[in-house]
Design a protein around this ligand. Structure first.
Ligand code: ZN
Ligand code: ZN
Length: 280
C-alpha cells in the first residue's frame, strides 16, 4: 500500500485573512477570519497560528475528542496571528495537552512571557491562568528541526518581518507542507532561508498580502507579494503555492481575478480560502 493510502495528512485553512478580520458580502467566498491552519497527521493535530479562525477549529476539536494533544506553532504574535487564542476551546478542557511553540520575538524572552503579556490588562480581562488544559511553552531557536513523533518532522526558518517571524515546514509520510507568513522580500532578490525551507515541498502557503505594484507603498511593513510566491514556488520546485494573508481591502472578485493570473502561469497555484482542505 502506498504511504499516502496508509496515512492521513490533511491541511485545513480556518482563516486566510491578514491584518484584520473582515465580514460582509464582498468577502464570503474567501472568508473573513485571520490566520489559522490545521494540519492533521494521522491522530496528531498541529495548528499554525491562532488568528480568529482558531475559535471555530477549537469547537470542532473538542466535539470530536475532548482529550486532545495539540501542537500550536506561532509564526509570531502580531494580533492577526494570536487574537483567537483566548477563545480556543481546548484551553478550557483539563484533559487537553497543548504545546505552544514560538520563535524568539523582539521585546519578549520566551513563549510563556509572550502569552502572559498578550493576555494582560489593559488589553485583556484575564490571564492564561484561566486555562485548565495542561500547557507546555517552547521557545524555538532559529533554524531548528525537531520531531513531534517518530515520523513527524518540523523545520523552521527566521523570516524578514518587523519584530521577527518564523516559517514552518512539516514533513510526514513522505509528503510536506510549509507555511510562510509574514515576510517581506527585497524586490529582485529571493529569501535564501525560505527557498531552503520550501525546497521540493508539496504545498506551501505564502504571504501574498500585496501585489508587486503595491509593494513600494508598504515597504517596512513586512509583507510579500503574489508574484514573489509564484517565483519562489518555481525556483524551489514546489508542487504548488496557496496565496494567503489577504489584506482586508481585497474582496472576493479581486482575489478571483488574481487567481486567474496565477493559474495562467501554474495551474496548481491557488488562492487559500477559508474552509479549503488539502489532502496530501
Ligand atoms: Zn499578519
Ligand atoms: Zn505580522
Amino acid at each position: 500500500m502506498a504511504d499516502s493510502m496508509k496515512h492521513k495528512f490533511e491541511v485545513t485553512f480556518w482563516g486566510t485573512r491578514g491584518t484584520l478580520p473582515v465580514s460582509g458580502a464582498p468577502f464570503v467566498r474567501t472568508g473573513g477570519n485571520t490566520n489559522c491552519i490545521e494540519i492533521t497527521c494521522d491522530d496528531h493535530t498541529i495548528i499554525i497560528d491562532g488568528g480568529t479562525g482558531i475559535r471555530e477549529l477549537g469547537s470542532k476539536l473538542v466535539a470530536a475528542k475532548p482529550n486532545q494533544k495539540i501542537h500550536l506553532m506561532l509564526t509570531h504574535a502580531h494580533y492577526d496571528h494570536v487574537e483567537g487564542i483566548p477563545f480556543f476551546a481546548p484551553f478550557f478542557n483539563e484533559n487537553s495537552q497543548i504545546n505552544i511553540n514560538c520563535g524568539v520575538l523582539e521585546g519578549c524572552r520566551s513563549t510563556s512571557e509572550l502569552m502572559q503579556t498578550f493576555m494582560t490588562r489593559p488589553f485583556f480581562p484575564v490571564g492564561p491562568e484561566v486555562f485548565s488544559a495542561q500547557i507546555n511553552y517552547n521557545t524555538l531557536e532559529d533554524n531548528c528541526v525537531f520531531k513531534i513523533s517518530d515520523d513527524i518532522k518540523v523545520s523552521t526558518v527566521p523570516m524578514n518581518h518587523p519584530g521577527n517571524s518564523t516559517g514552518y515546514r512539516i514533513d510526514f509520510a513522505g509528503k510536506s507542507f510549509a507555511c510562510i507568513t509574514d515576510t517581506e522580500h527585497t524586490p529582485g532578490t529571493h529569501d535564501e532561508n525560505i527557498l531552503r525551507l520550501i525546497d521540493n515541498v508539496d504545498v506551501f502557503s505564502y504571504d501574498c498580502s500585496l501585489t508587486d505594484n503595491e509593494l513600494p507603498d508598504f515597504q517596512g511593513y513586512g509583507h510579500s507579494t503574489f508574484e514573489e510566491g509564484a517565483r519562489l514556488a518555481k525556483l524551489a520546485n514546489a508542487g504548488s503555492m496557496r496565496a494567503s494573508h489577504h489584506m482586508p481591502f481585497r474582496n472576493d472578485d479581486e482575489l478571483d481575478a488574481i487567481e486567474k493570473q496565477l493559474k495562467q502561469q501554474e495551474p496548481l497555484n491557488a488562492i487559500a480560502r477559508e474552509g479549503d482542505i488539502i489532502k496530501l
